[in-house]
Design a protein around this ligand. Sequence first.
Ligand SMILES: NC(=O)c1ccc[n+]([C@@H]2O[C@H](COP(=O)([O-])OP(=O)(O)OC[C@H]3O[C@@H](n4cnc5c(N)ncnc54)[C@H](O)[C@@H]3O)[C@@H](O)[C@H]2O)c1
Length: 256
Amino acid sequence: MPLENRLAGKVAIITGAASGIGEAAVTLFAEQGAKVLANDLSQEKLETCHGSNPDVLCVGRDITEDGAPEALVAAAVEAFGKLDIVFNNAGVCPPEPFMDQTKEVWDHTQAVNVYAANLLAKAAKPHLEKSGQGRIINTASIQSKRAGEALTGYTVSKHGISGLTKQLAFELAGTGITANAIEPGFVTTGISKGYTDLMSEEEKNEFESYWAGKAPVGRLGEPIDIANAALFLARDESEFINGASLAVDGGASAKL
Ligand SMILES: NC(=O)c1ccc[n+]([C@@H]2O[C@H](COP(=O)([O-])OP(=O)(O)OC[C@H]3O[C@@H](n4cnc5c(N)ncnc54)[C@H](O)[C@@H]3O)[C@@H](O)[C@H]2O)c1
């Protein structure tokens, strides 16, 4: 099969699509022949990223709002006639030391990073089942298997999305739908910048060199590295991969 049009005829929803990993995934999926509903909080930012792409429908909406997951699914099906792929990628990562947590921040982190993905999968299920090769891809994290400084709610949410992925693989047996998670390492994006911006220049350099050095490939991740993994999982050929978590971190998590 040629290395182009690998998603020909497919329709995808990608959340968190106005920045970082989601932005790269929308562009890649559309280049590979898919029609894509791109979701993020801001319609304006989405239009800036994807407004000139005829294969992309931009829908600015907070996915934690009541009815938002169902509305995204309805909009994708209305615009493109079907739905094959859901890439639950939107995420927040508020720095929050264990002793300084608030219920508000905790609840919002779980709502975006876990519950919205659960609801979007649920709303999409009838259409993914009709597809015969339905794909749910969730952006987890290397933090799905370990803890990180001042990231209590985030760590819990990323363990949660990995658990949800396995549960979906199990619950959706017999539907042709698979559910898999991607565990990115450190990738330079809006979220990681929000974290490193709290550091001094020296701490930031030390942090980034630590992660680049820890990865045997010797560099930090780029959004396209993660988008390429999502493309792989989105394809029909990946149908025997189910309930899995794929580390995409240059090998950083392979060593202690
Ligand atoms: N960057 C990294 O190092 C890294 C590492 C591991 C996992 N991740 C995960 O990758 C995913 C993508 O993050 P990124 O690194 O591209 O960061 P990013 O900040 O560039 O992108 C995240 C996007 O999600 C959107 N978003 C947040 N809340 C939303 C909501 N309620 N409704 C709709 N959209 C919402 C944001 O507006 C933003 O555009 C996240 O789930 C993140 O946890 C990132």
